[in-house]
Structure formats: C-alpha cells, structure tokens
Ligand binder design. Structure first.
Ligand SMILES: Cc1cc2nc3c(=O)[nH]c(=O)nc-3n(C[C@H](O)[C@H](O)[C@H](O)COP(=O)(O)O)c2cc1C
Length: 207
C-alpha cells in the first residue's frame, strides 16, 4: 500500500515538511510506503474552467506537476496534503494544484483515505484545515482524523520541533491512517466493496 504526500510549502525542509514526515514515519513503520511530492516552489496555474478535463481526465496545462499528481493519486491508496497557512488559508500552489487535480476528475479517488495537515505561525490553522478537507468530502474520500485538528505551529523546522502536541497529533494521524488502510484492505479481502455511486443529480440554484 502506498500513500501520496503533497508538500505545498516552498521550504523543502520546513515546518510543513516536519509535520508530513511525522505522519509518514508512522505509516512506514506500519509497512505502508509513502511518496512525497514537493510542489511549493512550482509555478502552478489556477483552473481556467475550460472544462476540457471532463473529456480527457487530465488538465490541459502540461507544464506543471498537476497531471503527474493526478496519475500518482490514481495509483495511490491514500493521500495526505500538507500546506503552510497563508492569510488563514492553504497557500496558492496547494489550492491551484487541488482545484485542477480534483475538478471533474475525482471519481478515481473515491474511498481512498485522505488527510490534510497545516502549519502556521499563530492563527488560521483550523480555517485552512477545513478548506482542505472540502476537497476530500466532495470526492467520497474518507477523512482520517487524529487526536486534535491536524495543525502544527512553527515558522520553520526548528520551531516546529518545539510544538510537542502538534508532533504527537501528526504521529497519531499516521497511526490512524495506517489502521484505516489496513481495515479497508481487510474488508476487500472479505468481499466488502465500496457502494456503487448513484447517478449524480446536479441542481444549480440560480433562480
Ligand atoms: C504570505 C504568508 C502569509 C502567512 N499567513 C499566515 C497566517 O495567516 N497565519 C499564521 O499563523 N502564519 C502565517 N504565515 C506564516 C506561515 O504559516 C509559517 O511560516 C509556516 O507555518 C511555515 O511553514 P513552512 O516552514 O513549511 O513553510 C504566513 C506566511 C506567509 C509567507
């Protein structure tokens, strides 16, 4: 089993990375492989709502990591998205990556456990955490929880290491995700399959 981990911070070894590493180490200890995608310094465009992805399953922009991420997530069993908090929300690369990676193409992600982790200096963590979880709950992805909302405090790795409760929250998240992945696998072996989706009823309240 494999979990894809996305780091939206421009700092390769910053506080967000520390949080993801804490989660990943527990997954690896449970025999689950992890793969880290560092996207925080990349030039990732926003979605232009061209809708072409509805035909192809991929974004028309091929010069950034979004399509690679789509393939990696299709192949993975679980997802953890890490973002630094910028103005009380996930940062721009993370939002652009997820907008384009999820819009009209999230069906293959259904029933893959997902979690978000956020790092802030002081405030805006739970708003950012809520925002990220919205991608998962609209895509039928079970959200993995921890012992607290998944946030850490720190402007850098050194400060992050002082947030002992934050680190524990990350370790617990890793343990919980490993447990859920194994439960899902055991369920599959026992013939318990995910429910078949109903045909989507789309209503737009425009008048
Ligand atoms: C543009 C920008 C906006 C930020 N906004 C917030 C904020 O709203 N709340 C907060 O606590 N920290 C804020 N910060 C601080 C970062 O969240 C903090 O440095 C981050 O946790 C560092 O993670 P990293 O080392 O993985 O980059 C902001 C930083 C930048 C660069």
């Amino acid at each position: 089993m494999k979990v894809l981990m996305i780091n939206g911070s421009p700092h390769l070894k910053g506080s967000t990375f520390c949080a993801l590493r804490d989660v990943g180490e527990r997954l690896e200890a449970a025999g689950i492989e992890t793969e880290l995608m560092q996207i925080g310094s990349m030039d990732i465009r926003g979605c232009i709502a061209c809708m072409k992805c509805a035909e192809t399953g991929y974004c028309i922009f091929k010069d950034d990591p979004v399509n690679e991420g789509i393939d990696k997530l299709r192949a993975a069993d679980g997802l953890v998205v890490g973002s630094p908090v910028y103005y009380a929300g996930p940062n721009a690369p993370v939002c652009a990556f997820l907008d384009r990676g999820f819009f009209l193409k999230s069906a293959p992600y259904a029933f893959k456990p997902a979690a978000s982790v956020v790092s802030c200096r002081r405030g805006g963590a739970s708003a950012s955490f809520d925002r990220l979880n919205k991608y998962f709950t609209i895509a039928r992805m079970p959200i993995v929880s921890s012992q607290y909302w998944n946030s850490v405090h720190g402007n850098n790795a050194e400060e992050n290491r002082q947030d002992l409760e934050g680190a524990q929250t990350m370790r617990t998240l890793g343990d919980n995700m490993a447990w859920l992945l194994k439960c899902i696998e055991a369920g599959k072996q026992a013939g318990i399959n995910p429910p078949a989706p109903e045909k989507w009823i789309a209503t737009n309240f425009i008048r």
